[in-house]
Design a protein around this ligand. Structure first.
Ligand code: AMP
Length: 249
């Protein structure tokens, strides 16, 4: 069984992004980019399933600029066997990504697609769900434990009230939550090996997918600055402020 793992190149989680002066988006010029952390967890899980003998091949796929090759090399250094770049300089929205991934799934016929639950740049949390709908496959989102036996996956999901365990028939979609695993570090020998692994390059047109954006960003704003606190003289003054200024009691 093949496992397909879509990985997104995003602004590194340690970077504090700045909103552009015209509020049209965030400034990513000269900013450090990395693999989306939830995608790293997805690659790790797929590699573990291959190491257990459940999967035979792990294929990483990324859609975006040519620089996504770095992200794919990183995925192969963690342990993916080969990679596919869907190269485009159009700004991709989740529906377009899901359509591109569907075309790759049709070609590669994986038994499982493991995605991150969300990308930390757009926080969309949509791609896995849309891909599941386009394929007509079952999906287990926010996975914190995955077990595969035969043509069945048993997935524990992190839900509001605790944990839910579900069973689904393969082929299926899984999206990863933070506690699923702790991704390994890519060692230097594995980084070197990854340079030699197969990395194919296709364009959205080769896959017959129109990636024209459907949504327009109207404006992006910084969160409001926190205001400083004040010291009050005594409990009476505090009560007065809570009642008459904050009006919370
Ligand atoms: P999102 O729906 O944008 O929050 O992203 C959820 C997941 O979809 C990510 O963790 C990736 O696994 C996958 N994904 C989103 N965008 C891309 C992309 N451009 N290339 C590859 N995978 C992507």
């Amino acid at each position: 069984m093949k496992i397909l793992v879509p990985v997104k190149r995003v602004v590194d989680y340690n970077v504090k992004v700045r909103v552009k002066a015209d509020s049209s988006g965030v400034d990513i010029a000269n900013v450090k980019m990395s693999m989306n952390p939830f995608c790293e967890i997805a690659i790790e899980e797929a590699v573990r399933l291959r190491e257990k003998g459940v999967a035979t091949e792990v294929i990483a796929v990324s859609a975006g600029l040519l620089q996504c090759q770095e992200t794919l090399r990183n995925a192969m250094a963690i342990g993916a066997d080969r990679a596919i770049l869907i190269e485009t300089d159009v700004e991709l929205q989740p529906l377009a990504v899901a359509k591109l991934l569907k075309a790759i799934v049709d070609k590669e016929q994986p038994g499982l697609v493991i995605l991150g639950k969300q990308a930390i740049d757009d926080d969309a949390n949509q791609t896995g769900q849309m891909l599941s709908a386009l394929l007509g496959w079952g999906q287990a989102t926010f996975a914190s434990k995955v077990e595969v036996s035969g043509d069945t996956a048993t997935v524990t999901r992190e839900v509001d009230g605790g944990l839910e365990t579900i069973s689904l028939k393969l082929p299926a979609i899984i999206t990863t939550d933070l506690r699923l695993n702790e991704p390994r570090y890519a060692t230097l020998p594995n980084i070197m090996k990854a340079k030699k692994k197969q990395l194919d390059n296709v364009k959205p047109a080769d896959l017959g997918v129109d990636v024209t954006p459907r949504l327009t960003t109207l404006k992006v704003e910084e969160p409001p600055k926190r205001r400083g606190g004040v010291k009050v003289a005594d409990v009476a003054a505090l009560m007065d402020k809570l009642k008459n200024e904050a009006k919370v009691i």
